[in-house]
Design a protein around this ligand. Structure first.
Ligand code: NAD
Length: 510
């Protein structure tokens, strides 16, 4: 085990650090070395029951919804400040448990801190409204938190993905049960400490590590959960949606992607190549909106392939802790999966112009940075999410063809255009089926900009002002005045009750 990391981590329920029922544990490993880092309590359905009950008790106490929103916001912002204070320590944990390069882990934690600042500042700006109904009636709409929110988290951003949903959930006045990813659960636990340090009541933030098909499934199907945020793969999302349907619970679904970068002949090629590298090799391609397909105009196709390969050759493969550019995949299973995809591309007729196989003899789960040229739309490597450092490069002749290729998958997360032709940008953005379209830079935007998918990439939005509305519902309060302040005498003696004549009920709007 890695010496400086605690060797056993418990779950956090109702303010206590606890073993899993029956003492079950799982191990987590360093993907760069394959060595065990630590053991973690492995929650089962019984532990999920306890965590949901703890969150429910906080909701029932009205401690969160009853406090002044400004105070809640201050606590949320304070979590961000404390995260930033501990950035180095948490980033190191992210790198050792998840494998990504340390510079990316630092920006992951920085981004997490920003989520708490961004949403915390909005706590007292979640306003209701007054709806005029005429004399004698008062009607207003109250934003009301859902109550117990469930957060099921993937392994590719094990710290920041929690911040992305926890910050708005707390801001809006909810309690949370977090199911951390079993492959890299360690960077999640800090949120239990921080939430209580800043003053949230015990039970507001509960964190469980457990196997997805057990603890995750139990949480998704729990009858006392009021809202679910899931980030992960499409099949898991579908099973969670089915479970949520059983309890009529709303979900936010952030699923996979197969995002294209379309390169037109007038594009600045330095920008294209720089973004192609970042777009597919950040976190070794284990990024939901990775620019995993480059759709290149025939006039510049050879140049793009050649320059991309030249740049890829220079990338250093190695552990994230040494800030190498190509870091390991999360697990041996993921490495098998990614390598099989690369091999299938070649079998289907593509050419591996760089890489195409795992790094032989490495202790960790390293895949060579891979570029497949000559990919055509019907190939699996064009249509299916690989979630590894494998770029598919396709050729197009006309702009219509580029859009058809770009839209030709089940996914619709992001799309990138590389061109300086404004008319073409507008024409393409109108037609691209993607939750976010970027021009001349992969991933333009940030915490402030709404993020989510079209098609099988999911529904609902995270980030930005839009996301906050996923964490509260509207309660409309309408009442009729029964005592007139002025004018007619009371009808019912001393009580002074003087009902206004009832209006005809508007049955049509029921
Ligand atoms: P996954 O679906 O296997 O697991 C995600 C989480 O769900 C894990 O915590 C897992 O334990 C849990 N889980 C697994 N089976 C479950 C079940 N039956 N019921 C409830 N929970 C269950 O996904 P992954 O492999 O961890 O992550 C990779 C996927 O996530 C990719 O498809 C990627 O595109 C997607 N992703 C999307 C976004 C986004 O914002 N759209 C961000 C990151 C990752």
């Amino acid at each position: 085990m890695t010496a400086e990391i605690k060797s056993y981590w418990q779950n956090h329920i109702a303010g206590e650090w606890v073993d899993a029922e029956g003492g079950r544990r799982i191990t987590t490993e360093n993907p760069a070395t394959g060595e065990t880092i630590a053991e973690v309590a492995c929650a089962s359905a019984g532990d999920v029951d306890k965590a949901v009950a703890a969150a429910r008790a906080v909701v029932a106490s009205r401690a969160l919804v009853g406090m002044r929103p400004m105070e809640r916001g201050r606590m949320v912002i304070e979590i961000g400040r404390k995260l930033r204070e501990r950035k180095q320590e948490i980033a190191r944990l992210v790198t050792l448990d998840c494998g990504k390069r340390i510079s990316e882990a630092m920006s992951e934690v920085e981004g997490a801190a920003r989520y708490f600042e961004f949403y915390g500042g909005m706590a007292e700006k979640i306003e209701g409204r007054y709806i005029p109904l005429g004399d004698g009636y008062v009607d207003y709409v109250v934003p009301y938190p859902y109550g117990v929110t469930a957060h099921i988290i993937p392994w590719n951003f094990p710290n920041q993905m929690i911040a992305r949903s926890l910050a708005p959930a707390l801001t809006a006045g909810n309690a949370a049960v977090i199911k951390s990813p079993e492959l890299d659960p360690l960077p999640a636990f800090v949120y239990a400490e921080l939430a209580e340090e800043v003053g949230f009541p015990a039970g507001t933030v509960n964190i469980l590590c457990g196997i997805g098909s057990e603890a995750g499934a139990a949480l998704a199907a729990h009858a006392d959960v009021d809202q679910i945020v899931f980030t992960g793969s499409v099949p898991t999302g579908q099973s969670i949606m089915r479970a949520a349907a059983g309890n009529v619970v709303p979900c936010v679904m952030e699923l996979g992607g197969k995002s294209p970068g379309i390169v037109f002949p007038d594009a600045d090629m330095d920008i294209v190549i720089e973004n192609a590298e970042a777009g597919i090799f950040m976190n070794s391609g284990q990024v939901c909106d990775a620019m995993s397909r480059l759709v290149v105009h025939a006039d510049v196709y050879d140049e793009v392939v050649e320059r991309f390969v030249e740049r890829t050759r220079k990338l250093k493969i190695g552990p994230g802790i040494d800030d190498c550019e190509i870091t390991p995949l999360i697990s041996a299973a993921q490495l098998d999966r990614v390598e099989n995809y690369a091999l299938s591309g070649v079998q289907d007729g593509a050419t591996a112009v760089h890489g195409g196989r795992r790094v032989e003899g490495a202790a960790g789960h390293f895949m060579q940075p891979t570029a497949l040229a000559g990919v055509t739309p019907e190939m699996r490597v064009n249509r299916e999410e690989i979630f590894g450092p494998v770029l598919s490069i396709l050729k197009f002749e006309t702009t219509e063809q580029a859009i058809e290729i770009a839209n030709g998958t089940d996914y619709g997360l992001a799309a990138v255009l590389f061109t300086n032709d404004l008319d073409r940008v507008i024409w393409c953005t109108e037609r691209l089926e993607a939750g976010q379209v970027h021009v001349n830079e992969w991933g333009v935007g940030g915490i402030e900009t709404p993020f989510g998918g079209f098609k099988k990439s999911g529904y609902g939005r995270e980030k930005g002002v839009e996301a906050l509305s996923s964490y509260y519902q509207s309660k409309n309060v309408g009442f009729r005045m029964v005592r007139r302040a002025l004018g007619k005498p009371p009808l019912r003696g001393a009580s002074g009750l003087c009902p206004l004549p009832s209006r005809e009920r508007d049955t049509k709007t029921r």
